[in-house]
Design a protein around this ligand. Structure first.
Ligand code: SPV
Ligand code: MG
Length: 555
C-alpha cells in the first residue's frame, strides 16, 4: 500500500486527486483495477467515458497509429507529443509504456522529467535493450538487459521525479525471453531494491501459468501488473483472486478500430456510395461532442466582444428579366452566367469579401434553379404580380433574428466590394450609395433609380452629411444628382423603422408593384434621414443583353 496519506497536498484546486495520486491508488489498492489502451486524444477520451480509471499508452498501438513498427521507429518525443494530447483530453491517469526507457539511465531521467511536465502519471520500463522489439515477435531471440545496468535506469528515474507520487513500474521480460521463474523472481527482486514501484510480469503463453506461478512466489512484495493479451480466455476472477493489482487491456481499442475501418473502407470502395455505411458509423456530431465543441461555443459567448453583431444581406432576385429573352427562359436574371458564374455568385463574392456571410436571397421566377450553396432562401410566391417592395417584405418576415445591420441589394446589380465598405462607414440609420457618373444624354433612355440629394457631388460635399431628398424614375434632368446603385443599408437601429414601413406599405394593394425607390421616397417623406455616399462607377445593373456583355468585362 502507498506510504503516503491522502492529504490536501494531493488535491488540485478542483478538489480532484492529481493524476499521479489517482494512479497510486489504482496500483496500491486492494482491488484488481483495469487500464485500457489508448493511443491518441480521442481514444483516451473514449476510454475515460467508458468508465476506466486509467489508461495505458502502449508502444504497440502508439507506433501502429503512426503507421510504424513497435521497434522505437517513432521517436520518444513523438510519443511525448501524442501523450500531451491524451493527457489534455482526459482527467484520468495515463501509464506510459516507456519501452526500455529509450536508452540508458540518462535517457530515463530525462524521460521522467518530461512526462511529469506533460501530466503523465507513471511510466513502465522493460528490461530489454534499445531499440526494443514487441514481446510477441520472436520473444526467444530477445536480449535482456544486464540487471545492474537496468537497475541504474530505475534509480535515475526515481531520483529525477519531482512528484513523490509519480510511479515507475518495471517490466520483467524473463518469461518472454525464454527464461524461467527463477530469473523472473531474481530480476523482480533487484528492481524492487532499486526503487521500483510495481512489477509488470509479462507472458506470451495462452494460459496464465507463468504469471500465476510468479505471483504465488512473489506474493505482495510490490504490486503486480499483468497484460493478458495472449491468455485472454482466463476468467478475470482468477486474476482477481491471485491478487494482481492492475490488468491492462493493451491493444483492444486499436484492434476494434482496425476491423471497423477495414470494413468501412472495403464497403466504400465497393459500393461507391455513402448510404451503405452511414447508419453504422458515428454521426459527425458525435465527433464534435468528443472534441468538446460546445465548450468552445460557451467560451465564445463569454469572451468574444458582445457587440460583434452580424450584418445580413438580402438580395432581391425574384424577377425573370424578360428583356434578356431566351437567356432567361429557363432561369431568372440572377442566374444568368457571366464569365462562367451566375450573376448571383458574383454578388455573393462581393458580400463575402466584405465579411458578410449571412445572405438571404428572395426567389420568384424559376426558384428551383436558384440553388447556390451557403445562402438562405425566401420565396415570393406572388413574384409575377408584385415587385421589389413585396419581395423585401417577404425577406423581412423570414429574417426576424437579424441582430446587426441589414444591406439590401438587387439580384441583377454587381458592384465592387469597396462600395460595401463605404456604405458601412456613416453612423446613420439608412445609407444609400449614389453614382455621380450620370448624364441625361446617356442614361435617360433606361429605367433607373434617380435621386435628388441635399447637395450635388462636389469636393465641398465631402465635409457635409449629404442626405436624400427624393427618389424616382421621373425626376427632371436638372433635379438629378445621381443614380442610386440599388444598395441600401439599414443600421440595427434603423431596421425596426424599415420593417414597420415595409410591412405597412406592402399591405397596401396599391403598392403591389412598388419599387424600392418608392420606399426610399416614403422614408424621406416621413422625415427619416437617408444618408448618401457618392461613388463613381464600379457597379453595373444588368438589364439588357448589352449589359450582359459589359458585365463580362466588369466581373
Ligand atoms: C504494448 O502494448 O505495447 C506492450 C504490451 O508493451 S505487448 O504488446 O504485449 O508487449
Ligand atoms: Mg510495448
Amino acid at each position: 500500500m502507498s506510504a503516503k496519506p491522502e492529504t490536501d497536498r494531493l488535491r488540485t484546486a478542483g478538489a480532484e486527486l492529481r493524476k499521479t495520486a489517482q494512479f497510486r491508488r489504482l496500483l496500491d489498492g486492494d482491488d484488481l483495477e483495469f487500464l485500457l489502451e489508448a493511443h491518441n486524444g480521442i481514444t483516451a477520451k473514449i476510454g475515460e467515458e467508458a468508465g476506466f480509471k486509467g489508461l495505458w499508452a502502449g508502444g504497440l498501438c502508439m507506433s501502429a497509429q503512426y503507421g510504424v513498427r513497435d521497434s522505437n521507429e517513432a521517436s520518444w518525443t513523438q510519443v511525448l507529443e501524442m501523450l500531451e494530447f491524451m493527457a489534455d483530453a482526459t482527467r484520468i491517469p495515463i501509464l506510459l509504456d516507456g519501452d526500455t526507457g529509450y536508452g540508458n539511465f540518462n535517457n530515463v531521467r530525462r524521460l521522467v522529467r518530461k512526462l511529469e511536465q506533460r501530466g503523465i502519471a507513471a511510466v513502465c520500463i522493460e528490461d530489454k535493450l534499445y531499440p526494443k522489439t514487441n514481446s510477441f515477435i520472436d520473444g526467444n531471440k530477445q536480449q535482456l538487459a544486464e540487471i545492474d545496468e537496468f537497475c541504474s535506469r530505475i534509480k535515475a528515474g526515481k531520483d529525477a521525479q519531482a512528484d513523490d507520487d509519480f510511479a515507475i513500474i518495471t517490466r520483467v521480460e524473463a518469461f518472454i525471453a525464454g527464461w524461467g521463474l527463477g530469473e523472473a523472481l531474481k530480476r523482480a527482486e533487484a528492481y524492487h531494491a532499486a526503487g521500483s514501484d510495481g512489477i509488470l510480469i509479462h507472458s506470451a503463453l495462452s494460459t496464465p501459468n507463468e504469471i500465476l506461478a510468479f505471483k504465488r512466489e512473489w506474493a505482495d512484495r510490490l504490486p503486480v501488473v499483468i497484460v493478458p493479451t495472449k491468455y485472454y480466455a482466463t476468467p478475470t476472477e482468477v486474476l482477481r483472486e491471485a491478487g494482481f493489482s492492475i490488468a491492462i487491456w493493451a491493444n483492444h481499442l486499436l484492434r476494434a478500430a482496425i476491423t471497423t475501418m477495414q470494413d468501412c473502407a472495403a464497403t466504400l470502395a465497393r459500393e461507391q456510395n455513402l448510404r451503405s455505411i452511414e447508419d453504422s458509423i458515428a454521426p459527425v456530431k458525435e465527433i464534435f461532442r468528443l472534441q468538446g465543441a460546445s465548450e468552445l461555443q460557451d467560451a465564445e459567448e463569454r469572451y468574444l466582444p458582445k457587440d460583434s453583431r452580424s450584418t445580413r444581406a438580402v438580395i432581391l432576385a425574384a424577377s425573370r428579366g424578360g428583356a434578356l429573352g431566351t437567356l432567361t427562359a429557363e432561369r431568372p436574371k440572377a442566374m444568368v452566367e457571366i464569365r462562367g458564374q451566375p450573376l448571383l455568385g458574383h454578388i455573393v463574392t462581393a458580400y463575402n469579401a466584405a465579411g458578410i456571410k449571412d445572405i438571404t436571397v428572395v426567389r420568384g421566377y424559376r426558384a428551383d434553379t436558384v440553388t447556390l450553396p451557403a445562402l438562405d432562401y425566401v420565396d415570393n410566391p406572388d413574384y409575377a404580380d408584385t415587385s421589389e417592395l413585396v419581395s423585401l417584405a417577404c425577406a423581412l418576415e423570414q429574417t426576424t433574428d437579424i441582430d446587426g445591420d441589414l444591406i439590401v441589394s438587387f439580384g441583377d446589380v454587381i458592384f465592387k466590394r469597396y462600395i460595401l465598405d463605404v456604405l458601412m462607414e456613416p453612423a446613420a440609420d439608412f445609407v444609400i450609395a449614389v453614382d455621380t457618373n450620370w448624364s441625361a444624354s446617356v442614361n435617360r433612355d433606361r429605367a433607373a433609380d434617380y435621386v435628388r440629394c441635399s447637395e450635388p457631388h462636389s469636393r465641398h460635399a465631402f465635409y457635409h452629411d449629404v442626405t436624400l431628398a427624393a427618389a424616382g424614375e421621373e425626376l427632371a434632368d436638372d433635379e438629378i444628382h445621381g443614380e442610386w446603385i440599388g444598395v441600401l443599408r439599414a443600421s440595427a437601429e434603423g431596421l425596426p423603422i424599415l420593417r414597420a414601413l415595409v410591412g405597412e406599405m406592402a399591405a397596401e394593394p396599391a403598392n403591389r408593384r412598388a419599387k424600392l425607390h418608392h420606399l426610399l421616397d416614403e422614408l424621406v417623406r416621413r422625415g427619416h434621414v437617408v444618408r448618401v455616399v457618392y461613388t463613381t462607377g464600379h457597379w453595373l445593373d444588368v438589364d439588357s443583353l448589352d449589359d450582359v456583355l459589359a458585365a463580362g468585362s466588369f466581373a
